[in-house]
Design a protein around this ligand. Structure first.
Ligand code: NAD
Length: 368
């Protein structure tokens, strides 16, 4: 039996609470499918600083390096020691460091709004169809955020000029396009590639390269859309999208816009993928939200984002599609049965039962 080696870094705030529930669900999957996950836990964030003096302790990094994927909670506590320099604070010293260390170039943000949670969505019910299900695939290491030159210069007394440079090469666009087409094959087989080809050189290259890569995926429909129109279409007719493929900055903006449709951060998982070796892809899986200090330690956090992060891990790192689907279905069942943590609860919803973090995790594990 294959034993999957997974580094489990719960982090701070609600991290440990929601991670506990995700582990419960993974144990239920092990039983159902007779598989084995070797889950090794290590401190990160303020928990790392407390345990070993660093947000990403050496032992934690070593564990990540000998693992096949990382299941991450979240890090950062805004009220802790403001004298610690920015580069040593958890958000940079742990998160950015891990992203860089493992070459995580593809960010996947699925946004699912089950029809039972229509009340949590800011759009009118008739715009939500039978529920929303969109996957934003964002390039994470190129484009305007990293291109050189990047500087602010003095051009004359009282006048400064800021320069950011948008750069993409063919291989960078090809590898993210492959991620999007492969992801579409596991879904409804449609990719909408987002660009600004009417204004940007980068947009023209992006469109050309994505079109060429798309020819290798004859079973996946490809359409191109300008980013301004995409921002509008997300509000007007979000049901038209399956996979949205975006460069770094457009993806940053559109993935947050799409996320707002799900109603709560507590429902949103994410995956950041690195290199693929053979059948396996190294991945980093985490909820889209942060440490939620306002509700930490009170059994109030929604564990679904963390639980769905494990399903992304099974699907995208280990190709365990059936096990991943079992988790997704279990979450859907529990939502359909009316269980709601505070963030997705509405007193006007018929049959809704307000529940805690632990009870939600128990119910999902039982449904698996
Ligand atoms: P946050 O995402 O922690 O919280 C924003 C709001 O969403 C809060 O009201 C919170 O209660 C709610 N929320 C978030 N997750 C929830 C869940 N699972 N269930 C129910 N409600 C949930 O953002 P913030 O308050 O801006 O940041 C708090 C800390 O988290 C900061 O230190 C920030 O830097 C850090 N952070 C870390 C990550 C990460 O580790 N990837 C991401 C974002 C923020």
């Amino acid at each position: 039996m294959k034993n999957y080696q997974i580094a489990v870094l719960a982090g701070d705030g609600i991290g440990p609470e929601v991670m506990r529930e995700a582990i419960k669900v993974l144990r239920a999957v092990e039983k159902k499918f007779s598989m084995k996950f070797n889950l090794e836990e290590a401190p990160v964030g303020w928990a790392g600083i407390d345990a070993a003096g660093k947000a990403l302790p050496d032992n934690t990094l070593a564990l990540c390096k000998r693992s096949e994927s990382i299941l991450f909670g979240s890090v950062g506590l805004p009220d802790r020691d403001p004298t610690i320099p920015k580069e040593e604070r958890p958000e940079r010293a742990a998160l950015l460091r891990l992203r860089k260390e493992f070459g995580l170039f593809a960010n996947l943000r699925p946004v699912r709004l089950p029809k039972e949670l229509a009340h949590a969505c800011p759009l009118r019910p008739e715009r939500q169809g039978e529920g929303l299900d969109i996957l934003v695939v964002r390039e994470l290491t190129g484009g305007m955020y990293f291109g050189q030159p990047k500087k602010t210069e003095q051009v004359s007394p009282g006048v400064q000029r800021a320069i950011d440079t948008m750069v993409y090469t063919t291989p960078e666009i090809e590898r993210i396009a492959h991620v999007a087409f492969k992801a579409a094959r596991l879904r409804r087989k449609k990719v909408t590639s987002i660009d600004k080809a009417n204004v940007l050189e980068n947009g023209v290259l992006w469109r050309d390269v994505v079109t060429t890569v798309g020819k290798q995926y004859a079973d996946v429909a490809l359409e191109h859309m300008f980013v301004d129109n995409a921002a509008m279409q997300l509000m007007l007719k979000p049901t038209q999208f399956d996979v949205m493929l975006c460069e770094n900055m457009f993806g940053d903006i559109l993935s947050d816009e799409a996320a707002a449709l799900a109603g709560s951060l507590g429902m949103l998982p994410s995956a950041s993928l690195g290199a693929t070796t053979g059948e396996q892809t190294f991945g980093f899986y985490e909820p889209a939200g942060g440490t939620a200090p306002d509700i930490a330690g009170k059994n109030l956090a929604n564990p679904i984002a963390q639980i769905l992060s494990t399903s992304l891990m099974l699907r995208y790192s280990f190709s365990l599609n059936e096990a991943a689907a079992a988790i997704d279905t279990a979450v859907s069942k529990v939502i359909a049965a009316g269980l709601r943590t505070g963030d997705i609860y509405s007193p006007t919803e018929n049959g809704a039962k307000k529940t805690g973090t632990r009870e939600m995790g128990d119910a999902i594990a039982a449904a698996v």
